[in-house]
Write a protein that binds this ligand. Structure first.
Ligand SMILES: Cc1cc2nc3c(=O)[nH]c(=O)nc-3n(C[C@H](O)[C@H](O)[C@H](O)COP(=O)(O)OP(=O)(O)OC[C@H]3O[C@@H](n4cnc5c(N)ncnc54)[C@H](O)[C@@H]3O)c2cc1C
Length: 501
């Protein structure tokens, strides 16, 4: 790192947050709730908070609970359904709701209706084999308290009553089935992030800077991290210091992790996948749909390509979108650079990248197919979920950018992961979050884990343990095994967050 002047003798911060998305917002508020005396400095390269993946139109706003996402309930070779991942994700979202409810009760979060609403989560399939899969999935989930209340139907009239658009003009000869969870949610992660940062910025010991990009890192023998930061308006660079650094830079996390030089960063690579939606602009159609309807991804396509016809509530307005259509771009951030992918390639990750590429030809073929899609192809995909759709009612919008994690693997050489990956230094002084699925919904579970890993001594004290349980009443307990606890925390969150179900 070249010599650069120290930022006006600024004292060493306890915590430095890089990036102003939902992850940094959640970590910052959680840490200040645990210890109000911590000093926190935050830096964001853009001129606004939550302007990348966390913004409402850049993601689908699904409170991922595995109620409707079929990729979390794979069929085993013996035909049975594995619900372990679905239970984990449903449980993680309950942690998020509990944390947000505590922040509403304690004051940091304003009107809950500004960021979370009830919307039924539904799965919809067609064809005999898929109907059979959905029935088996429903029967398997029924036994878990986290999926209590799920409804199943293969009656076209019942499904039409739930989701009329999906059944309008559908061939009656094709068997169909749907499940419905009334307690699903739509979350405006953009509003939530902005509210969390508004609260954080007003707390003593917190300084926050927009338009500042982290360029480099160095750690000296004193154990303190030095970060080189560029003020993008003035072009000036300076150094700030911190005891703990969180790289919450979304798609920009991988290049920063590589610059940190920690051995744990070795062998990670990233593969960017961009997204697009069809957004409905006909209010009469928008009004006729009241659900998030997820289908089965096409064979060979990645899990995040799962099509959905999705009611949203954004800035007080009801919306409807269909997608996502995947695409390929070499950018790691929506407002990033086309050189991002190439600059992330290093000696340490070239082998995993090549192996993961060679083993995921299905994904490559899928992405090429998506990129080559014509407007007619997109309408055909929409009509699988809304057969009577008129393309004139829909416009194409660009969603956020995801960077899928590529990890070195002893057996395979390199593997492509579709989940999130927290990378922490052995001494807990720096952590980075890579990947984007199930994403924002699980921010609270991710940050609870991070705090326990990176602040182990303080997290183990009776003071922090008690505060964890105050903020997240089911902290440390297993909801999937506890019908009573699941019902109690769900009811509490429902009441405080003013959810309808
Ligand atoms: C198409 C799509 C659909 C999705 N749907 C859902 C969904 O339905 N439900 C769900 O829960 N999740 C969903 N997600 C995932 C979710 O959006 C992300 O997991 C989440 O927003 C990531 O938050 P973040 O804080 O890590 O990143 P971001 O919100 O991207 O924030 C990172 C910030 O870091 C800044 N930054 C980057 N580099 C630097 C640097 N060098 N210096 C300073 N600042 C920097 C960026 O400008 C950005 O503001 C979806 C994502 C996509 C792309």
């Amino acid at each position: 790192m070249p010599a650069t002047k120290l930022s006006s003798d600024k004292p060493v911060s306890d915590v430095i947050l890089i990036g102003a998305g939902i992850m940094s917002a959640t970590l910052g508020v959680l840490l200040k709730s645990l210890d109000p005396n911590l000093t926190i400095s935050g830096y964001e390269r853009l001129d606004a908070v939550a302007a990348e993946s966390s913004d409402a139109w850049n993601n689908a706003g699904t409170g991922h609970s595995a109620f409707c996402e079929l990729n979390y309930t794979p069929e085993r070779p013996d035909g049975s359904i594995d619900i372990s991942k679905a239970e984990k994700i449903a449980e993680q979202f309950e942690l998020s709701k509990q944390f947000w409810a505590s922040l509403v009760q304690e004051g940091p979060l304003p009107d809950p209706k500004s960021f979370i609403r009830t919307i039924p989560h539904m799965s919809f399939v067609w064809g005999a084999a898929n109907v059979e899969y959905l029935r088996k999935r429903y029967n398997a989930l029924l036994h878990s308290p986290l999926f209590k209340g799920m409804e199943f139907s293969d009656d076209p009239a019942q499904i039409a009553a739930w989701i009329p658009l999906v059944m309008d003009g559908r061939d009656p000869a094709t068997p169909v089935a749907a499940t419905r969870m009334a307690v699903g949610t739509d979350v405006n992660f953009g509003t939530l992030t902005r509210s969390l940062f508004n609260h954080l910025k007003g707390l003593p010991g917190v300084d926050f800077h927009l338009g500042h990009e982290i360029e480099d890192f160095r750690r000296k023998a004193d154990g303190i991290w030095r970060l080189k930061i560029r003020n993008l308006a003035s072009g000036e660079s300076s150094i700030v210091r911190g005891r703990f650094v969180f790289i919450g830079a979304g798609g920009g996390s991988l290049p920063l992790l590589e610059k940190s030089g920690i051995p744990e960063a070795n062998g990670f690579g990233g593969f960017p996948v961009s997204g697009q939606w069809l957004k409905c602009r006909n209010p009469a159609i928008i009004a006729r749909h009241e659900a998030k309807v997820y289908g089965k991804p096409a064979v060979g396509s990645p899990p995040m390509s799962m099509p959905h016809l999705d009611s949203r509530h954004i800035n007080g307005q009801k919306e409807l979108l269909f997608g996502p259509y995947a695409g390929f771009s070499t950018k790691f951030l929506k407002k990033g650079s086309y050189t991002d992918l190439f600059r992330s390639i290093e000696l340490g990750n070239i082998r995993p990248l090549l192996y993961a590429g060679a083993r995921n030809l299905g994904l490559t073929r899928y992405l090429i197919g998506q990129v080559l899609q014509s407007p007619e192809d997109r309408t055909a995909a929409l009509r699988e979920y809304y057969p009577a759709a008129d393309p004139a009612d829909w416009q194409l919008e660009v969603a956020g950018q995801r960077v899928q994690v590529i990890k070195k693997d002893k057996k395979e050489g390199g593997v492509l992961e579709f989940g999130t990956e927290m990378v922490t230094a052995a001494d807990g002084s720096i952590a980075a979050l890579l990947g984007a699925s199930p994403g924002a919904s699980t921010a609270v579970a991710i940050m609870l884990d991070l705090v326990q890993k990176c602040f182990p001594d303080r997290a183990a004290t009776s003071e922090w343990q008690a505060r964890f349980r105050q903020l997240v009443p089911s902290f440390g307990q297993h909801l999937a095994d506890s019908p009573g606890l699941t019902a109690a925390v769900r009811e509490h969150s429902r009441g405080v967050l003013q959810l309808d179900a």
